[in-house]
Design a protein around this ligand. Structure first.
Ligand SMILES: Cc1cc2nc3c(=O)[nH]c(=O)nc-3n(C[C@H](O)[C@H](O)[C@H](O)COP(=O)(O)OP(=O)(O)OC[C@H]3O[C@@H](n4cnc5c(N)ncnc54)[C@H](O)[C@@H]3O)c2cc1C
Ligand SMILES: NC(=O)c1ccc[n+]([C@@H]2O[C@H](COP(=O)([O-])OP(=O)(O)OC[C@H]3O[C@@H](n4cnc5c(N)ncnc54)[C@H](O)[C@@H]3O)[C@@H](O)[C@H]2O)c1
Length: 468
């Protein structure tokens, strides 16, 4: 078996798989090393299972808003079974088959850089293999959850995104540490699936602090109505769990402690760069691998090392990682052909990544928030509109609550960012992504007529509010 390839990729998550696909399309040979399951976190412990758990909760919210429909209790066992099916019952043979059909070589084991252009693999079935790369090595090892150094927390063996997404039980009382995306999505999933008492302990002063402030406020209101408690401006001081898997006491700086059956830590992620051999090529461990817009590691001479996805810290999102992977595969292919300055670059990241938070209400945004746009020095005008006032939204359900914001660059009359918060808002996002990325002039956007009666009419209302 040949152990020399044009490209060697470490990590077969969504990003590693896409680099391989793109490089082979360009006529190169490739191998990808994976220590766990082909498909990565996204397929088994992140995007896919979390959305499978949230879908019935979202639908229950929709049904509750339409008079005349009866909401039956959620059959949790059926939801968990569908989640298991969605993650392929942790069988990655389909994904491995796809990689092999590219065609590329799939190597099961732990990969480690071993000097320039060389990857040493501790094979899953024992033994070792050394792969060398003629053109490029790509690190696509993803990220892992951070467990902050709170006394007693690590000893309590809390849930992280892994355990909550693969759970076969819903805890009666759940305490969630964090107020970001994982915390909000998983608190709502567990509560909707039957947790009796769900409490978020949030260090900052609100939820989803990187989004427009109204988004977190709307979500907090929806959480309060559902009985999910959000406690802000607080940090856990220590935890006690005398029995493994038993009850947990969560101590706060003041007031009585919280008693829980499980604790979910959702306090961010760190790049998976430990023990990947970065030191053998002169790079530091435990920090994101810094790359340029072609995904080439800036700290390595000769330009043979690349990093895509969560591990480079640019945008911890599957779709952005896959986009980076396509850029990276095309750049490697072009350079292998002798084009040292290929035109392909990560452009989308610079506009601000599109993202959907799959809660009820859904929160989605692309581009810059007002605060970021102002900090970046743009002359900004902000346009807000109450989505509940749109006929299409009213028809979706009683008491539809939603809010839209457009951030306009007043000098160029284009959109810098758009945020929607409301039930079913996720599908509005791509239109916003096109408008922001293509920098469609507002007086041209005015001619994009939204169909009646859809929630998309909010676009017309935003432009009218702006004065067009
Ligand atoms: C709960 C949760 C929900 C999420 N939901 C969404 C969502 O709805 N939408 C969205 O866009 N993003 C979502 N994300 C983020 C998304 O999961 C990540 O951005 C995405 O998985 C990153 O892909 P990646 O290929 O960089 O890394 P990963 O998916 O982490 O894949 C990396 C792979 O590399 C392997 N690996 C690591 N080290 C080695 C090694 N030394 N040798 C061999 N193999 C190795 C790992 O086993 C893994 O399979 C979510 C994240 C979480 C935690
Ligand atoms: N639907 C989606 O697109 C989706 C879903 C889940 C996750 N993700 C991605 O995964 C990444 C990780 O998500 P996440 O929610 O873990 O991270 P995050 O960065 O979104 O949120 C982390 C939260 O933890 C808090 N925090 C951090 N350190 C803390 C500490 N020591 N003590 C108390 N609180 C602390 C932060 O203030 C914040 O509220 C995100 O960047 C997100 O983009 C995306």
């Amino acid at each position: 078996m040949a152990d020399e390839f044009d490209v060697v990729v470490i990590g077969a998550g969504p990003t590693g798989e896409n680099v391989v696909d793109r490089a082979v399309r360009g006529g190169l040979t490739a191998a990808v090393v994976e220590e766990r399951l082909a498909g990565g976190e996204c397929s088994y412990w992140a995007c896919v299972p979390s959305k499978a758990l949230l879908r019935p909760v979202d639908l229950a919210g929709e049904v509750a808003r339409v008079p005349g429909l009866e909401l039956a209790p959620i059959d949790v066992a059926a939801v968990l079974a569908r989640r298991d099916e969605a993650v392929g019952n942790f069988d990655d043979s389909g994904q491995v088959g796809w990689i092999e059909s590219v065609p590329a070589e799939f190597v099961r084991g732990r990969g480690r850089l071993d000097g320039p252009r060389r990857v040493r693999v501790a094979l899953a079935d024992g033994g070792e293999r050394v792969l060398t790369a003629r053109h490029a090595v790509v690190v696509a090892t993803g990220s892992s959850p951070v467990v902050p150094p709170v006394p007693g927390l690590a000893e309590a063996a809390p849930w992280t995104s892994h355990e909550v997404t693969e759970t076969s039980e819903v805890p009666e009382r759940l305490v969630v540490l964090g107020g970001g995306v994982v915390a909000c999505e998983m608190a709502q999933a567990m509560h909707g699936l039957g947790a009796r008492q769900t409490t978020l302990v949030v260090r900052g002063d609100g939820l989803l602090s990187r989004m427009e402030p109204f988004a977190g406020e709307l979500l907090a209101r929806s959480f309060a109505e559902a009985g999910i408690e959000v406690r802000t401006g607080l940090q856990v001081s220590r935890l006690e769990r005398p029995e493994p898997g038993g009850k947990v006491t969560v101590h706060l700086p003041e007031g009585p402690p919280l008693e829980a059956d499980e604790v979910l830590v959702a306090t961010g992620r760190r790049p998976a760069t430990r023990d990947v051999g970065l030191g053998t090529v002169g790079l530091p461990d435990d920090v994101p691998i810094e790359v340029d817009d072609s995904m080439r590691a800036t700290g390595v001479s000769d330009g043979w090392l690349y990093a895509v996805g969560d591990v480079n810290g640019r945008a911890l999102l599957t779709h952005m990682g896959k986009y980076q992977a396509r850029v990276c595969g095309d750049v490697i292919t072009a350079r292998a052909r002798g084009d040292e300055l290929p035109a392909m670059r990560d452009v989308a990241g610079g506009y601000g990544a599109p993202q959907v938070v799959f809660t009820d209400p859904q929160i989605c945004a692309v581009g810059r928030t007002e605060a970021v746009a102002r900090a970046d020095g743009f002359r900004v005008r902000v346009v807000d509109y109450d989505m509940g006032a749109v006929t299409g939204a009213y028809l979706l359900g009683d008491g539809y609550r939603g809010q839209a914001r457009a951030v306009v660059d007043e000098d160029r009359k284009v959109l810098l960012g758009v945020t929607f918060a409301g039930p079913g808002a996720a599908e509005l996002l791509h239109a916003a992504t096109i408008a922001v990325t293509a920098e469609v002039p507002l007086d041209r956007l005015w001619h994009a007529v939204p169909a009646f009666p859809t929630v998309s009419e909010v676009w017309l209302r935003l432009l009218e509010t702006y004065g067009l």
